[in-house]
Design a protein around this ligand. Structure first.
Ligand code: SF4
Length: 99
């Protein structure tokens, strides 16, 4: 890979993850956001509710198909639903298009 291409890809990666610097959970224990039960999900959700980068966090998780943990204030099940809803919408708008 050329240095120029590597630099462009690094810049793109930096753009996609710049929101992490503003994440409310940045200095918190990761286990809070990977709960093992419903009450734990609610605890994580409360932190996410006041996070400035909630939308970026959710989109990152959806884009990267991250299945575990609470991201952008959503549980794993909620992200599956969002993904399915978006896929169904895309298919309805463009039946022959990519899934
Ligand atoms: S939305 Fe929640 S998991 Fe995402 S960065 Fe903010 S606090 Fe962290």
């Amino acid at each position: 890979m050329s240095n120029k291409r590597a630099t462009q890809e690094t810049t793109r990666d930096d753009d996609r993850t710049a929101w992490i610097a503003l994440a409310r959970c940045r200095d918190m224990a990761p286990r809070i956001f990977f709960p093992s039960d419903g009450p734990g999900v609610e605890v994580a959700r409360r932190y996410c509710a006041e996070c400035l980068v909630k939308t970026d966090c959710l989109e990152y998780a959806l884009e990267n198909q991250i299945h575990h943990g609470v991201w952008g204030g959503t549980s794993e099940r909620e992200r599956r639903r969002i993904t399915k809803r978006r896929r169904d919408k895309r298919l309805a708008e463009n039946p022959g298009g990519p899934r």
